[in-house]
Ligand binder design. Structure first.
Ligand code: KG4
Ligand code: ZN
Length: 380
């Protein structure tokens, strides 16, 4: 089978993205238009606004991805688009556009699960480095603003299958980063800011009890892997941060920080540091330490229980410096090879969608014209 240039399109949340990937192994172009500036005044993603921003950006973003790849609408072999999970209205913009393009060009269209995309971001970059030998089973932690999911992944010929063995019961890890940053007046999105501020605080200053990172047990269905042991819960730690703020009368200083930072278009690290006292920096560092520790402990416990041979950590939160460093260190100690996407491919992008589409292209798994967005799409 000859290679194929696949044009990927991703509009599941607040990034309008398009990319050309060759045969799931070479990133040829990668364009990501972030809507952060549009959502920033609201402290989070506004679904209706996201759809409108995608509508404005989709055509130029796709054109640029083709131009950067020295490709044309006619020269590509297939199109791929995110079907779900995500915001329904946002997904529909990408799907409608991809369908129209596929129909007009008479090219095959492949529907991709966004979470499978995050997993294939790792595979794309490893293939690009000429690392084609992954040992199975692969345990993948997909950790982002919407998900904290553990999947056991298997490959048979061109077919990939996934078993979900753990997920968050409430807030996703990235959501906890975003909510804590918001309640401390640090702006949106919170993950990258907390990541940068944490090395400036003492991560042992504030203690979070293990019970604050625990979920109420769901019924074990008898399957040792599908039981409740690998679920996550991050709404408790967010509430603990709020209680800490109340107990230590930090509200006034948070409000003045919020005001000062909101006047700046793109605050630099120095600006944040200027407006954060020691107590805030210690709280931020302790929060990150506790959350990252919990992600690692549970993921490595799952890896042991499932005899995982390889570990993938992917999704927006996988861009976090402390998480990468500690995962690498702790997984290596257990003899488990750990892989991460590069930072640009950790957060949402369309290269991961084009890469995940390639096995489906080879298997002839094409979408029919009547498929639609699936906001709550599961990965199997
Ligand atoms: O994968 P992604 O771009 O979108 C979703 O599918 O959700 O992930 C976005 C999430 C946001 O919650 C953001 O705060 C978080 O990833 N994030 C980070 C970092 N960079 C992005 N969290 C911690 N540290 C980072 N460096
Ligand atoms: Zn994502």
């Amino acid at each position: 089978m000859a290679g194929a240039y696949i044009l990927g399109i991703e509009t599941s949340c607040d990034e309008t993205a398009a990319s050309v990937v060759y045969s799931g192994e070479r990133l040829v172009s990668n364009v990501v238009f972030s809507q952060i500036a549009a959502h920033q005044p609201y402290g989070g993603v506004v679904p209706e606004l996201a759809s409108r921003e995608h509508l404005k950006a989709i055509v130029p973003v796709v054109r640029k991805a083709l131009a950067d790849a020295s490709q044309t609408y006619h020269s590509i072999d297939a199109l791929a688009v995110t079907q779900g999970p995500g915001l329904a209205g946002a997904l529909l913009v990408g799907i409608g556009y991809a369908k129209a393009l596929a129909f007009a060009l008479d090219k095959p269209l492949i529907a991709v699960n966004h979470l499978e995309g995050h997993i294939h971001a790792v595979l794309l970059e490893e293939r690009q480095k000429n690392n084609r030998e992954m040992s199975f089973p692969v345990l993948a932690l997909v950790v982002s603003g919407g998900h904290t999911h553990l999947y056991l992944a298997e490959q048979q010929d061109e077919h990939w299958s996934y078993q979900n063995i753990g997920h968050t019961r409430d807030d996703a890890a990235g959501e906890a980063f975003d909510k804590v940053a918001k309640l401390l007046g640090l702006g949106y999105p919170g993950g990258p800011i907390i990541d940068k501020l944490s090395p400036h605080g003492d991560p042992t200053a504030v203690k979070f009890a293990p019970s604050q990172l625990k979920h109420r047990d769901r019924k074990d269905n008898g399957d040792p892997v599908a039981g409740s042991r690998f679920d996550f819960s991050y709404s408790g730690i967010k509430t603990s941060v709020l209680r800490y703020v109340e107990r230590h009368d930090m509200e006034a200083s948070i409000e003045s920080r919020r005001k000062a930072l909101s006047k700046m278009e793109k605050p630099a690290l120095e600006d944040y540091l200027l407006h954060c006292d020691r107590q805030t920096l210690n709280l931020v560092a302790s929060f990150q330490r506790a959350l990252v520790g919990d992600l690692i402990t549970k993921t490595l416990a799952a890896a042991r229980a499932c005899n995982a041979a390889t570990l993938f950590v992917t999704g927006g939160v996988a861009a976090n410096n402390e998480l990468r460093r500690r995962f690498e260190q702790d997984a290596t100690m257990e003899g488990l090879p750990a892989y991460f996407p590069s930072r640009p491919l950790s957060t949402d992008n369309a290269a991961m969608i084009a890469a995940a589409a390639y096995p489906k292209f080879l298997a002839g798994e094409f979408a029919t014209m009547d498929f639609s967005a699936e906001a709550g799409m599961v990965l199997r």
